[in-house]
Write a protein that binds this ligand. Structure first.
Ligand SMILES: [Mg+2]
Length: 362
């Protein structure tokens, strides 16, 4: 099918694997991660406007891997070729009609479609999504280690200008409390600290450690208990003043609605790789807004490309109040670059049309 002036169509979708190493191995409650392999997705249209997206599977959370991303992506391509990439609702209906789940590959295709649509409109993606201000403020994440090593790492980030530190926890709570004591002592009282237990604690452990974390001026506890335990999250939320956030508990609009109905959390962490891209992220942010729940946007270790899509979304959506898009600082990635400038965690997006990053070799 050829495109007309009103109708641009997808001619081809290409999948290319790229590897990125972490600057330092990142230990979280369920794994130690040394490198990330992601899939760069290129959508070619009949009008000479091509778009780039990224699928970064993370089997522990999204239940898929690079092989399934490419296998499913090639099946999706058969039905997507010939469709207008700007008809994003239709693109998602087709993808969801073929495969349940598979957030990362759907996100990669979705991001590439939004890249095309915003390039075609001549607007940077955040403006295409209705935003006005290109500035956002991200934290940076520290993996699990000995308290003194974590304190040193935290101080290093603060000296580089970062003002919000996210700390991976989720081990034995006495040791975890020591980690935060050491970090707080190193960085002083003006740095915001949030923690992520990645489902590593029980409800009772979380209630106990939340008292210590409140005294150490910790802002927020992310995903303390198992993803499915909404009652547990609600019990924890009622017992502490520290904000409780869902991450692994929220993959979809349906999860967001359940979390809202159960009054289980104070904050929802949206990730494009969990929910299948920008189209669904916008819906989750809206569901949460209606329930009085602010959102955070996080990442899975995708490259600059995937992180930038999240940055544009954060800049565009009022109810995305917190930003946890730090893979750009902790992965070595000479292959994909540009699109933003930053001083510490304070990011300013470029005003170039689309997502705005440069993929080496393209
Ligand atoms: Mg998390």
């Amino acid at each position: 099918m050829a495109g007309t002036e009103e109708n641009m169509v997808i001619k081809d979708i290409q999948f290319e694997v790229r590897s990125f190493r972490f600057e330092e191995p990142m230990k979280v409650a369920f794994a130690t991660i040394v490198d990330m392999q992601t899939c760069i997705i290129k959508i070619i249209t009949d009008e000479g406007i091509n778009g780039y997206g990224e699928a970064a599977p993370f089997s522990y959370v999204t239940g898929d891997n690079l092989e399934t991303v490419i296998a499913v992506g090639k099946e999706l391509k058969k039905e997507l070729v010939g469709l207008d990439p700007r008809a994003i609702g239709m693109i998602h209906r087709v993808m969801d009609g073929m495969y349940a789940g598979n957030g990362p590959v759907k996100a990669g295709i979705d991001i590439a479609c939004y890249d095309i649509a915003s390039r075609a409109a001549g607007l940077p993606l955040y403006r295409y999504l209705g935003g006005n201000d290109p500035c956002i403020h991200s934290d940076v994440t520290i993996g699990i280690d000995e308290p003194s090593a974590m304190a040193e790492t935290a101080l290093g980030w603060v000296q580089k200008g970062f003002e919000i530190i996210k700390v991976k926890l989720g081990e034995e709570i006495a040791a975890d409390a020591e980690r935060i004591r050491a970090i707080r002592a190193a960085v002083g009282k003006d740095i915001r600290i949030r923690v992520d237990a990645n489902q590593g604690w029980s409800v009772k452990d979380t209630v106990r450690i939340s008292r210590i974390l409140a005294d150490l001026d910790v802002d927020l506890i992310e995903q303390p208990v198992r993803a499915q335990d909404l009652d547990g999250l609600a019990e924890i939320k009622r017992s502490t003043d520290v904000l409780i956030a869902a991450d692994e508990s929220c993959h979809s609009i349906y999860d967001a609605a359940k979390l809202a109905a159960a009054r289980a959390v104070d904050v929802v962490n949206i990730k494009l790789m969990k929910c299948g891209g920008i189209y669904n992220a916008l819906k989750i942010a809206a569901i949460c807004e209606g329930a009085g729940i602010p959102c955070m946007i996080g990442c899975m270790g995708e490259s600059t490309l995937g992180n930038l899509a999240g940055m544009h979304l954060a800049a565009a959506v009022d109810n995305i109040k917190e930003v946890d898009l730090d893979a750009v600082y902790i992965l070595k990635q000479e292959d994909v670059y540009g699109g933003y400038d930053h001083r510490g965690g304070r990011v300013t997006l470029w005003d170039t049309p689309g997502i705005g990053c440069i993929v080496k070799g393209e």
